[in-house]
Design a protein around this ligand. Structure first.
Ligand SMILES: Nc1nc2c(ncn2[C@@H]2O[C@H](COP(=O)(O)OP(=O)(O)OP(=O)(O)O)[C@@H](O)[C@H]2O)c(=O)[nH]1
Length: 180
């Protein structure tokens, strides 16, 4: 297994396998939920913006105030992306409209959620955590796949990275060892 450390919002640590066929990736997942931390300013996200590889912003489709808060969080993330925080430009952001089972009490339209996601260059879905936990699993799987593929793209883009440096050292010292 290849091991990749991952950090996402939340406050739980676990190890997961992601992949298909014979190809699986072992992931160290840290989920950190800043909204459940009473001591923090809910909108600051100052530390998280520097270390998180991904953000899942969840609102309640039957509660417009939660959508407004999600919007404020997305703006906060977006302004960090355009600012000096280089890490943010590489992180993945997902907007999730929860409580789809309460669509008879809907206050936020699906198209509003999708538009907000498009405007902020993030992915979007609606689901019901209460009635269809599989949708939550599918969403997390998608988040992890996006983040791990971001890592792979970064690796490919880095010609003088650790892998190519190891190859270089091997080429130089490997040949010498043969001739000794
Ligand atoms: N109908 C419905 N209720 C849900 C769903 N998901 C969560 N809830 C309910 O919404 C309430 C809040 O859920 P939490 O998991 O505490 O959500 P939270 O975002 O952590 O809330 P905070 O504690 O305010 O941060 C609970 O009563 C849940 O049972 C859903 O998909 N449908």
């Amino acid at each position: 297994f290849e091991s990749v450390p991952l950090q996402i919002m939340g406050h739980e640590k676990s190890q997961n396998l992601i992949g298909h066929g014979d190809c699986y990736l072992q992931i160290h997942l840290e989920i950190y939920d800043p909204c459940s931390q009473p001591q923090q300013g809910k909108l600051s996200l100052t530390d998280e913006l520097h270390w998180a590889d991904g953000f899942i912003i969840v609102y309640d489709i039957s509660d417009r105030a939660s959508f407004a808060f999600a919007k404020a969080l997305l703006y906060r993330i977006r302004e960090s992306r355009t600012g000096s925080c280089k890490k943010m430009a590489e992180s993945s952001v997902f907007l999730v409209g929860n409580k789809q089972d309460l669509c008879h009490m809907r206050e936020v339209g699906w198209d509003e959620g999708q538009k907000l996601a498009i405007d902020n260059k993030c992915q979007f879905c609606e689901l019901s955590a209460a009635e269809h936990y599989q949708e939550v699993v599918a969403m997390f799987t998608k988040v992890l796949r996006t983040i791990t593929s971001n890592f792979k793209v970064k690796e490919k883009r880095r010609p003088s990275g650790s892998k190519s440096m190891a190859k270089l050292i091997n080429n130089v010292f490997g040949k010498r060892r043969k001739s000794v």
